[in-house]
Design a protein around this ligand. Sequence first.
Ligand code: AMP
Length: 415
Amino acid sequence: MAAKKLQAPRGTFDVLPEDGQRRRELLRRTGSVLGRYGYRPFETPVFEDTDLFARGVGESTDIVRKEMFTFEDRGGRSLTLRPEGTAGVARAYVEHGMHKLPQPVKVWYAGPFFRHERAQAGRYRQFSQIGVEALGSDDPSVDAECILLLSELLEAAGVHEVQLKLASLGSLDARAAYLDKLRGYLRDNESRLSEDVASRIDANPLRAFDADHEGTKEVMAGAPRLLDSLSGEDADHFAEVRTLLDDAGVSYDVDPTLVRGLDYYTRTVFEFASAKLGAQSGVGGGGRYDGLVGQLGGPETPGVGWAAGVERILLASEGNLGGFPAPVFVAIADGGTRREAFRLVTALREAGVRAEVEQAGRSLKGQLKHADRLSAKAVAIVGDGGLEWKDMKTGEQRQVSNVLEAVRIAVGVDA
Ligand code: AMP
């Protein structure tokens, strides 16, 4: 009996070569855009102590309550595969005393993240995010810069026609009074709320704005709005962020119902959505988190950042992220040898030319067909008659005297 075939776990996927190329190209463009803004690459572990996320992301969030991949290691410690990147970066900032560096510290990261969600198109259990964090400044220009950065990155990735939603959640102190008002309103309307929202009136009343439940949505349409209750300083901060975005020509919609699924946000929050993505329309989002570093035992340090989903960017992209140059294919005809062909393909590669060589024992006809499938720009044929060069675009074929001449043609010196 044939052995049973195995499959990748639910909600995960394999990146096949065509997609691998697009992902690489996206990261290359990301590094170039982010470098221009002064952000430097940063890496944190893929798993962290569970406590980091419980404290950082928030006990009452969906992520911590339902979506974490948590396990015990052999020493009995509780670890969790990171569901998001900000908590890890904030932990590292504290651990390495990065508040002593010139501020703000600006970093970017890319890598896998894990959430136990209902898997569907654009929503996976292992997915990749690109993210940035700027720690150590509460200047509104850092918020604006961050948003501009994501907007430019999406453009560079070929994701056009995105909608940017923007709001401010105020600072933690100022928000407390508003949250009490909102709790009062939710309690007055408790019978019409979904069970989930009703059970979190105390812990996380803001999430009610996010609910899909009809009754809850009706109640929330009349709920007091955080944006109307901002303190003077928070309102000024938000106005300045908007002015800077206006000056930079970034268009956005102020959305008073925008709340994000993580507890650490303060002041500016934002989200980019693409209509091309259907139900899972969020491409990237983030905001300010002025309390997080302090909450993790570090000095009170403001911060702002975002994360964008690599798979969603690629789904929404209309750009050409292929970027793989057409190869030269080295074919072996009657009388040609593997050694000659291998020497030529090596010389081409050393000269910086993408080149491939016959490695499957095909007939010459089969090799030319294969070169076509590879979209080769030329085929170099080693055989009885010496070395021949066939330009696949023009169909022109000519005799070449040696490897050096072939390399010169391939790099365009002798075109
Ligand atoms: P969040 O950390 O929830 O703000 O998510 C930031 C971005 O990551 C989203 O806008 C998505 O593009 C992406 N993302 C979040 N969760 C998933 C998931 N389960 N599968 C794929 N992409 C995701």
